[in-house]
Structures are given as structure tokens and as C-alpha cells.
Design a protein around this ligand. Structure first.
Ligand code: NBP
Length: 470
């Protein structure tokens, strides 16, 4: 092919990059991929689908020369130093007006810095979240781009073509200015942490507490996924229970060590929510429980110091399964609500102009937190795009109220049996606090004023007051 023949270029032909590029080619775009080490170029070339136009290279300047102007280049390299290293190599080869997209999981503050840096040099820079893992990248991810709205039309047709679709609508939209795309992806991952923790807790109640076998759990999660809990995470959980371990013949889930890893995006969400003063306790607890899970040896020792019999009794199997389903539904809604409340505030604080209706719309398909529940969220935002918290919507309220009683029962049963259900409990605690006209914070204000003269406001008079407590 002659120079400048390719529509789109991708840097970093790892798991995500290779699959994203193959997906683009399937949709008729002529694409070129660059990778530092040649082996991954060969891997890409081995996967080319006949009839598609793909080229691989480990020569960066050739890669840049082959792209149509203005160039559209996406990076899918590890977040952090690798992104800056690639940018520094790329910059001398670019022309003004070229568009560079960081599709990795970069921290949004890095993206704020890079947008400024690249714009000062005359380039357009997008921070873009891509969710759906390897399979999503190959068949249709949920895509969360943020950046200069005037440059978005150049990349929009391609992104819409390769994204997942729900009811024929693409799971991609311009999600705001600056680092908005990466901020939304970070919060997406925070919500993902929350939901995964909730699923693991109801699994613990049903499995360790009630003694359900993996076959029974498969059936439970299948029923849930066929009903109101239909979602990617419930669907894969259903399938996990059936997978056998090649080495032992046991179910694989039973031989996996109970220490969770993480790449930090949940922690970032909690950290930023703390900085902004927004309560997202379901997500915070999910991060904390992964941290606690890492202390395997200590937990083994503690289990000897505090032995417990965690068996659940006095409730029928049918009832505990129903309670678990409703508690998972309830907690999942609260996890979404907290993430969206954070986006609402961050959008204003950081001047990102994040459109919440679009966010939940594109999360309905392709991404890890996709779920039929999001349709109700989308409808809520269509009715009122300025909702500060989704819990204020009447239809959402009806869904929660219908599951509140069984959520309480599930928590009571688990707490009685000594099974940790921290994320479910804190979701209910958040709900109970949020819907409380009065909180006991008057007492905290009294204490603060008592020991530190921090002052307080009164319910019956405007102004700021201080009392002489002793
Ligand atoms: P991989 O680790 O599979 O691939 C990273 C690629 O970046 C490699 O091909 C590597 O090349 C390349 N790279 C280049 Br080009 N320059 C590099 C440099 N200077 N330093 C380091 N690597 C360089 O990553 P991945 O799983 O495809 O993830 C890519 C991004 O997408 C990450 O930010 C990740 O968080 C994000 N993400 C991943 C998933 C997922 O499910 N895996 C989902 C959503 C988002 P090399 O072959 O020469 O080392």
C-alpha cells in the first residue's frame, strides 16, 4: 500500500490492542498496528481475517507515515510510564491536528496533564476507557472517550462501528472534556469492584453458610441471570461454578486461593471520592475486602483465635435464595448510585461536563458492569438529566423498596451466623442514612465544638455558634 493509506493506527499489540485492531478491520477500516517487540506483530499477522486490511510493523516512523491525515492513533499500552514513553517517541513524527487516543487505564490526573501537554504542541489528545476485556475489544466493547468535542467527529464513526450495540445503538458517546473518559472508566471500575464484592458475599452466604453445592449455585445464578439480575458479572459467575480443574478434577473455583488481586482502579475511585467528599462506601468496602483477603496467613491464625460455626439454619433454601437475590439486586443498585453520584460531583468540580444519561446508556452493553438494570437508570436520567443521586427517582425508589425487607433479612441471617457481608450491609447503611431526614451528626458537631471549638449551626436560627461546654 502507498503512504497514507490507513484509516487508523494502534500502538501496543498486546491483549487489548490486537483484538481492538482486528475488530476495526472487521468493520471495513484499513488499520495498521505498531508494537515495540516484533513477536506481537507476527502474532497479529497470524490472526488477520482474509478480506480485511491490516498491517503490522515494529517501525514507528513507517507506522506514522502510513496513516491518513489527520492521523488517528490509539495507544493500548500499560498505564503510567509506558504511555509517556510512547508519546515522547511519537511526538516528533506527528503533524499538527493529529489525534492521539490513550485507550489504556490511565489515572485521570495523568490524562489532564497529557491533554494540556499535547494541545500545547498542536495535537488533539483523548483519554478513552475501553471496557469488556479481551472478548469485548474483539467483538464490541463499551467505549468511554473524553476530550476536545470539536475533534470527536473525526473518530466518532470508527468508534461507533466497533463498539457494542444495545437496541441498535452504539455503546460509545463523547463523555465530556479533558480527562472525562478516563474518569468515567475509573468510576466504572469502582462500581465493578462493588458489584463483584456483593456477588462474592451472597455466594459466601449460600455456599459456606447454607451449604449449596456448585451445581446448585450454577442453577441459582442461571435463574438470576435469566431474570431481573441479568448482567455480565452474574452470567460469568453462573459459568464459573461448572468449570472443572484439569489438575484435580475438582471444580476450579474450589482450588483458587482466596486472595484477590487488583490493578488499582477501585482504590483510585475511593481516593478521589474521599478528596471530593462523596460517600461511596460500597466501593470503599470492596477495596478494603480485597486488601483484607491478601492477609491470608493472618486470617488463618485469627480463625484459630476466634473459631466460629457459620452454618445457617432456621430458614428454608427457597427463602435464603430469594433473600440473596434481592440483596444482590439492592446492593448492585446502590453501587451504581454511589458511582453516579461521584460522577455528578466530579463533573462539576473538574469542569468535565460528563453527560450522565449518556454514561448509563453506553454502560448497557459491552462493558463489565453491563446489566439490564441500567435501562431503568437510563430512563431515570432521560426524565431528569440533572438528578444528583439516582435514588431520588421514583421508579428506582420502587425497585429498591420492593427489595428492602429481604435485604435486611439476608443481612440479619448472615450477621447472626458470622458471615461477613460488609458490602451488602454498607449498601443498606448508605440507603438508610441517605433517606434519613435526620442523622446523629448533631452529636458529632457538639463533640467537635466541645473539644476543638469547631462551632455548629442551629436548627432554629441562622448563623454559626460556639458553646462553653464545661
Ligand atoms: P499487554 O500487557 O497485553 O500489552 C501492552 C502492550 O504495550 C505490549 O504489546 C507492549 O509491547 C506495548 N508497549 C509499547 Br508499544 N511500548 C511500551 C513501553 N514503552 N512500555 C511498555 N509496553 C509497551 O496490555 P493489555 O492487557 O493489552 O492492556 C493495555 C491497556 O489496556 C492497559 O492500560 C490496561 O490497563 C488496559 N485494559 C486492559 C484490559 C484487559 O482486560 N486486559 C481491559 C481494559 C483496559 P511489548 O510487546 O514490546 O512489551
Amino acid at each position: 500500500m502507498a503512504d497514507q493509506s490507513f484509516d487508523f493506527g494502534l500502538i501496543g499489540l498486546g491483549v487489548m490492542g490486537r483484538n481492538f485492531l482486528l475488530n476495526m478491520a472487521d468493520h471495513g477500516f484499513a488499520v495498521i498496528g505498531y508494537n515495540r517487540s516484533p513477536q506481537r506483530v507476527t502474532d497479529l499477522e497470524n490472526e488477520i481475517v482474509p478480506g480485511t486490511t491490516i498491517k503490522g510493523t515494529s517501525d514507528l516512523s513507517l507506522f506514522v507515515k502510513e496513516l491518513k491525515s489527520p492521523r488517528k492513533i490509539m495507544m493500548l499500552v500499560q498505564a503510567g510510564k509506558a504511555v509517556d514513553a510512547v508519546l515522547e517517541e511519537l511526538i516528533p513524527l506527528l503533524d499538527k491536528g493529529d489525534i492521539v487516543i490513550d485507550g489504556g487505564n490511565s489515572h485521570y490526573t495523568d490524562t489532564v496533564r497529557r491533554v494540556k501537554y499535547m494541545e500545547e504542541k498542536g495535537f488533539k489528545f483523548f483519554g478513552m476507557g475501553v471496557s469488556g476485556g479481551e472478548e469485548g475489544a474483539r467483538r464490541g466493547p463499551s467505549i468511554m472517550p473524553g476530550g476536545d468535542p470539536d475533534a470527536y467527529p473525526y473518530i466518532r464513526p470508527m468508534l461507533e462501528a466497533v463498539s457494542a450495540k444495545v437496541n441498535g445503538e452504539p455503546c460509545v458517546a463523547h463523555l465530556g472534556k479533558g480527562a472525562a473518559g478516563h474518569y468515567v472508566k475509573m468510576v466504572h471500575n469502582g462500581i465493578e469492584y462493588g458489584i463483584m464484592q456483593l456477588i462474592s458475599e451472597v455466594y459466601d452466604v449460600l455456599h459456606r453458610g447454607y451449604g449449596l453445592t456448585n451445581d446448585e449455585l450454577h442453577k441459582v445464578f442461571k435463574d438470576w441471570n435469566d431474570g431481573e439480575l441479568q448482567s455480565f458479572l452474574v452470567e460469568i459467575t453462573r459459568d464459573i461454578f461448572l468449570k472443572n480443574d484439569d489438575k484435580t478434577g475438582k471444580r476450579l473455583v474450589d482450588v483458587i486461593l482466596d486472595k484477590a488481586g487488583s490493578k488499582g482502579t477501585g482504590k483510585w475511585t475511593s481516593q478521589d471520592a474521599m478528596d471530593l467528599g462523596i460517600a461511596i462506601p460500597t466501593i470503599d468496602v470492596a477495596v478494603s475486602m480485597r486488601n483484607l483477603s491478601a492477609l491470608k496467613q493472618e486470617r488463618v491464625e485469627a480463625s484459630k483465635v476466634y473459631p466460629s460455626n457459620i452454618k445457617i439454619s432456621g430458614v428454608s433454601k427457597e427463602d435464603i435464595i430469594q433473600q440473596a437475590r434481592e440483596a444482590l439486586f439492592f446492593g448492585t443498585m446502590i453501587s451504581y448510585a454511589q458511582g453516579l453520584a461521584l460522577l455528578y460531583v466530579a463533573s462539576k468540580e473538574y469542569d468535565m461536563e460528563i453527560p450522565l444519561p449518556q454514561v448509563v446508556k453506553i454502560w448497557r452493553g459491552g462493558c463489565i458492569i453491563r446489566s439490564t438494570l441500567l435501562e431503568a437508570f437510563y430512563q431515570a436520567y432521560v426524565s431528569n438529566p440533572a438528578l444528583p443521586n439516582i435514588l431520588l427517582d421514583n421508579n428506582i425508589a420502587a425497585l429498591l423498596k420492593a427489595r428492602e425487607a429481604n435485604t435486611r433479612k439476608l443481612i440479619a441471617t448472615a450477621v447472626q451466623a458470622g458471615i461477613p457481608v460488609s458490602a451488602v450491609s454498607v449498601s443498606l447503611g448508605y440507603f438508610d442514612a441517605y433517606r434519613s431526614e435526620t442523622m446523629p451528626t448533631n452529636l458529632i458537631q457538639a463533640q467537635r465544638d466541645f473539644f476543638g471549638a469547631h462551632t455548629f449551626q442551629r436548627v432554629d436560627e441562622e448563623g454559626v455558634f460556639h458553646a462553653h461546654w464545661q
